[in-house]
Write a protein that binds this ligand. Structure first.
Ligand SMILES: C[S@@+](CC[C@H](N)C(=O)[O-])C[C@H]1O[C@@H](n2cnc3c(N)ncnc32)[C@H](O)[C@@H]1O
Length: 283
């Protein structure tokens, strides 16, 4: 079995091929992403060990059928039936959180999708955006897509959660640092990243979107299924314990938790909880 670093490199390489075709026809980042999402709705990523590739999946429902209330979503811890077009606007949340920031940094950014989404949702123009990941093919694609938005001040940085060294952030006073489905790959959780965040000079607001509701409240409706899937995948089980233990010792304060904020019932590993964490600036 390949490690996740190799697997992700192959995933992003396969996605790059799809983007190559779209980029030959489209020049707006918003349209490029929409075309890519359409492609992913009726293709599935497969891997054969040496490579990753897409195979065609079932065709998506026609537009009128998407009006049917047939998706089983989780919203704020509650299961609801909803039309397939309903979306949680994480991009708007991040865009609003960016307003007072001079730097936005994502850990495990892949091809930069969350940063691009928040940018297109109106995130601040004056901040520097840094996409961190250990996958070179993901970051190469991110850098290429960022060129479609000349006003986005964007850079990529090699970063590995297993030995986390952040890029130099000394120039920034207010930093928004976030992750989306990345902390799952650290098991047991490597608290060196909390130490690295605590060592940043400026003040930092973190938001981690991770499938860790079961770690906060084991008896919530989706917790058992989520914990079983995390165990089956060998993914993280102790992020919250470490955040409130070692993280607190380093000076990180949990200021809000939105448990099981958004996700789909059939996939508990995608039911995300948002952890908002604050680290004051050093005077
Ligand atoms: C599920 S993807 C999410 C990508 C992105 N956050 C998003 O939401 O579009 C997880 C990302 O975490 C990265 N990742 C996994 N383990 C990592 C590690 N040890 N260090 C740095 N990045 C890692 C992978 O390369 C991948 O890009």
């Amino acid at each position: 079995m390949q490690d996740w670093a190799t697997r992700y490199d192959l995933f992003w390489t396969a996605r790059t091929k799809v983007f190559d075709e779209i980029l030959a026809e489209e020049h707006s980042l918003a349209r490029v992403q929409a075309r890519f999402d359409d492609y992913e709705r009726h293709h599935q990523m497969k891997s054969d060990g040496a490579t990753s590739f897409y195979v065609e999946g079932p065709p998506p429902p026609d537009a009128i059928s998407t009006l049917e209330i047939n998706d089983q979503l989780i919203v704020a811890g509650t299961s609801i039936r909803a039309p397939a077009l309903l979306d949680f606007r994480r991009d708007r949340l991040l865009a609003r959180m960016s307003k007072e920031m001079d730097c936005v940094i994502e850990l495990g950014a892949g091809y930069g999708r969350q940063i691009f989404d928040m940018w297109l949702a109106g995130a601040t123009k004056t901040a520097r955006y840094i996409a961190c990941d250990y996958s070179r093919s993901g970051l190469a694609l991110a850098a290429r897509l960022a060129r479609l938005e000349p006003e986005l001040q964007f850079e990529t940085a090699a970063f590995d959660l297993r030995d986390p060294v952040l890029p130099n952030l000394d120039a920034y006073g207010n930093i928004l640092l976030f992750s989306a489905a990345t902390m799952i790959y650290s098991q047991p959780f490597n608290t060196d990243i909390f130490k690295a965040i605590a060592a940043i000079k400026g003040s930092v607001t973190c938001i981690f979107f991770e499938p860790f509701g079961f770690q906060v409240n084991a008896s919530a409706p989706h917790s058992k299924a989520q914990q079983l899937q995390m165990l089956a995948n060998g993914w993280n089980l102790d992020f919250y314990e470490k955040l409130t233990g070692k993280g607190a010792e380093y000076g990180l304060e949990v200021i809000a938790i939105a448990q099981d904020l958004i996700g789909a019932v059939e996939s508990p590993v995608q039911v995300l909880t948002a952890f908002v964490v604050s680290k004051p600036g050093q005077m």
